[in-house]
Design a protein around this ligand. Structure first.
Ligand code: GDP
Ligand code: CA
Length: 321
């Protein structure tokens, strides 16, 4: 049986995984999820990327939006607002609240996030093994110009992304706590026994980059000797959706498919898929020592996404031959 490990953020990772399950129905898929986006709100622990993967694969996602629950209502949020209790900029719906209540209750009872995630998944049955990158607290912060002063200030990633809509220039992205975090149980083992490691079209800085910032994960992937293949989230010099260009600029990386490949580097990536719109980037990526192909990379539906996953698996086979 083929064992596949995927390092996933939220929407891009989740949608890719849905196609991967179609492309490789017999494979054992382990997803290492980003938890750098996690935030505490109203006393509850919210894990946006883990939940996006869980809801998307479990059939509970709001399809148009790409995150949050289907059939959602917002009575609790409105009631909190009536008390003057914020933040109101983060959209937590009533159904979604239940997930965060269950998670917070289990964490307060002493369970690690990996156990909690497994318990939540026993309801959603995502058809993959979903592991947080770590059970330890890691929070991505973004350094921006202080709108009220001369200097700069660090804000939580969600404040930067959701409240500020990445409107201010980002000068640095820091996964606070990562340096002392340990990979969650099962992560290193899954990598060591993987036949292939995939980077889906997730954010290279605040999703995949954060996972790789947990000491041991990057090294385990490099040492496992398995083919590592990524799919570009940048098409035609722009993110397909979202504001990845802002955080790429913060780490000094151009918003092009080739620059993202070079950012990961040939020490990490064996293969890289770019969209057909970026066919002219193939030579540049190959010159950097990374095997590259141009194929359609738009996840318009499950069949198109499954075709992308097949291309990624074929490239992995090719680089390991
Ligand atoms: P987030 O945590 O919800 O921001 O999600 P991820 O980190 O997993 O993925 C976000 C990235 O997915 C963005 O940079 C998008 O450009 C990329 N993305 C979204 N849809 C597509 C698509 O259809 N094709 C490709 N190639 N990338 C996509
Ligand atoms: Ca995210």
């Amino acid at each position: 049986m083929q064992r596949i490990v995927v390092l996933a953020g939220g929407i891009g990772g989740a949608r890719f995984l849905r196609g991967l399950k179609v492309a490789a129905p017999e494979a054992e898929i382990t997803v290492v999820g980003n938890t750098g986006d996690d935030i505490h709100l109203f006393g509850l622990k919210v894990c946006p990327d883990l939940d996006t993967v869980m809801y998307t694969l479990g059939g509970g996602i709001n399809e148009e939006q790409g995150w949050g629950r289907t059939g959602e209502t917002f009575a609790v949020k409105e009631e909190l607002g009536a008390y003057g209790v914020g933040p109101q900029w983060f959209g937590l719906g009533d159904r979604d609240f239940a997930t965060h209540i269950v998670r917070t209750q289990m964490i307060s009872a002493g369970y690690p996030l990996s156990d909690v995630t497994q318990a939540l998944c026993s309801r959603w049955e995502p058809g993959v093994r979903l592991l947080p990158m770590t059970d330890d607290r890691v929070e991505t912060h973004v350094l921006v110009d202080d709108p009220e002063g001369e200097g700069r200030k660090a804000v939580h990633f969600q404040e930067y992304w959701v409240r500020m809509r990445a409107g201010a220039d980002a000068h640095a992205v820091v996964p606070v706590g990562a340096e002392s975090a340990k990979p969650a149980p099962g992560v290193l083992d899954a990598v060591a026994h993987a036949d292939v490691v995939l980077f889906p079209p997730s954010n290279p800085v605040v999703s995949v980059g954060t996972i790789l910032a947990v000491p041991g994960i990057r090294e385990a992937i490099a040492e496992a000797g398995v083919p590592v293949v990524g799919l570009s989230p940048i098409v035609g010099g722009a993110p397909v959706r979202g504001m990845a260009d802002k955080v790429l600029a913060a780490v000094g990386v151009e918003t092009t498919a080739a620059a993202v490949a070079r950012h990961y580097g040939s020490g990490m990536l064996d293969g890289w898929l770019v969209d057909t719109a970026d066919a002219s980037a193939v030579d540049e990526v190959e010159e950097a020592g990374i095997r590259c192909r141009a194929v359609p990379l738009m996840m318009t539906d499950d069949e198109a996404t499954a075709a992308m996953a097949r291309e990624a698996l074929a490239l992995a086979e090719e680089v390991s031959a």
